[in-house]
Design a protein around this ligand. Structure first.
Ligand SMILES: [Ca+2]
Length: 189
């Protein structure tokens, strides 16, 4: 009987955990311009799911969404895709749109098959913003001893994003590696 209770608790517990998408990293890759780049999803590491943007209907292949279940410590995640034509991709570091917004911490992002600049967030402008990244709202650099690599990392959420554009080539595999961890609740203003 006791065993049965333990099994029920484990099953319920994992169901609750699976339902909490506020603790997930979310990276959106968006083909843009007149002729949007469509992408074919290739592989992903354990804990990562990559899906097409079902809400875009006719352009479903022009945005892919990579999600990863995070823990309270830094872990490396990876996924890959193949561009169906040459062009530009907008790379967005964010979180999910959930009732309770959480910060997602990112650091040490590297890309094979395309050029991502300042993926370690160590190169900062005079105003403290990371060079070569566009910032939406309150996404920002955290400069303390908690970085996974170097001295700086960034925090982002669904409404507080960082983005960067890069070029991709038709048929050339792009592999994205990133480190992330759960960063706690977004403070309400
Ligand atoms: Ca760093």
């Amino acid at each position: 009987m006791r065993k049965l209770f333990i099994i029920i608790f484990v099953v319920l517990g994992s169901a609750v955990f699976a339902g909490d998408r506020s603790k997930e990293a979310r990276i959106d890759l968006v083909g843009f311009g007149n002729e949007k780049v469509a992408m074919a999803i290739d592989k992903c590491s354990a804990g990562v799911t990559v899906s097409k943007a079902s809400w875009l209907k006719d352009e479903i292949d022009t945005r892919i969404v990579a999600s990863a279940n995070l823990s309270d410590s830094w872990r490396e995640y990876t996924f890959s895709f193949i561009p169906k034509k040459s062009g530009m991709i907008d790379f967005n570091l964010m979180g999910n749109a959930t009732k309770k917004a959480n910060w997602i911490f990112y650091d040490n992002i590297t890309i094979d098959g395309a050029v991502l600049v300042n993926g370690d967030f160590e190169d900062l402008a005079k105003d403290g913003k990371p060079v070569n990244w566009s910032i939406v709202n309150d996404a920002c650099v955290v400069n303390d001893s908690g970085a996974q690599s170097g001295k700086a990392f960034i925090k982002a959420s669904h409404n507080n994003r960082l983005s960067q554009n890069f070029k991709v080539e038709e048929g050339k595999l792009v592999v994205v590696k990133f480190w992330a961890k759960f960063g706690g609740p977004v403070e309400s203003k």
